[in-house]
Design a protein around this ligand. Sequence first.
Ligand code: FCB
Length: 448
Amino acid sequence: MTADRFPERSAFPPGFLFGAATSAYQIEGAVEQDGRGPSWWDRFAHTPGCIRDGSTGDQACEHYQRWREDLDLMHSLNLQAYRFSVAWPRVLPDGRGRLNPAGLDFYERLVDGLLERGIVPYATLYHWDLPLTLADAGGWQSRDTSSAFADYAVQVMRRLGDRVARWSRLNEPRCSAYVGHLEGRHAPGLRDLRATLSAAHHLLLGHGLAMQAMRAESPSAQLGIVLDVKPYTAADEGALHQQAAWRADGVFNRWFLDPLFRAEYPTDVLAAYAAHMPDVLATDLATIAQPLDHLGLNYYTRGHVLHDPSRPFPQAAEQRVNAAHHSTMEWEDWPEGLYRMLTRIHREYAPKALFVAENGAAEPDRVDADGRVRDPDRQRYLQGHLRACAKALEEGVPLDAYLVWSLMDNFEWGRGYTQRFGLVHVDYATQRRTPKESALAYAAFIRS
Ligand code: FCB
């Protein structure tokens, strides 16, 4: 797929939305303001050695104060949709029980501001900032967290459900489970397979319970979940490499897609995990697999897998494809993978509707002397991936929105502020925002 121009605007049906995404802890700052409680990310970021540049999200992009300016910026870039996350510890500082009305007030102002500017809100209820009280009571390893999540989801829905139609409960349960509990690179910083599988199951269960509760509260809302998906290609035709790629697909993709759409864990991976599984009650999978109104996909890159027996399951050994462009995350620019995942998920799981909830690239951006931020590699990345969307649409995939990660540079979790994913450059010392060249090109494409 050549990737040096935007697709035809007419390749996208009327009503298709183009926008951008962010998440609360990565942009808001104001971690102690207006009654917000602490989350496990506050603790993790403040633990020496956990974040590459020693930074935290305490201040981030000061979006909690600057939200109006940020909404104006979105409007000036012609964005039609904006995906944000609600910080659970702002709404329920202890995770459950006592409601903090000021927290909900903030999101209400934000949503009203979006609607005034004609921007469609997509709300995510959990983008990794678990209230510390729940973390200390077992976090996602505890079944109780799943029910606490459902209670929280309803509280948010009650306040915003008349204005927000599109909801995702979780962002990337795979990342929450594996990166937080097996790789130790995200909160809570564990390296334990049993904890990982327990967290993964309770995240999915929490999604299912919240789904039931929200459906009861607002039958017309569009409810879904956001999964990160990654195609795994094998380094060559050899059977062992092929098997390794399929296993990686099972661990990363099918472990979440199968329970959500088929009410079962994939048997090949389950066999390998059997000794480490948490208690799965008879009704759990039915709770998890309720019909979704839409499925959000986060797509960045592929895994090019090598068979390597020294690498302990479930980790896969990946090989760098040197000929391709790689972002500063060391992620390969491979739009073909987005096309493959969209068509495959449509074919094998048939969600009613799909949207790209995150897609983008971190590049070494800087503001030049003339005030411009030149980021041709990001522009090429976006063009290639939009073309992949157009191709999937042409083949009948019910795709209805494309959201760039991210609206602006922000706190990139364990990598701190070292990665710039934004359409808009942020100078953290002055909080000055500068739309990058790719943002201007994206804005022109949306308008065209
Ligand atoms: C995704 C996360 C998002 C951001 C991007 C780069 O996994 O959902 O918050 O960190 O990666």
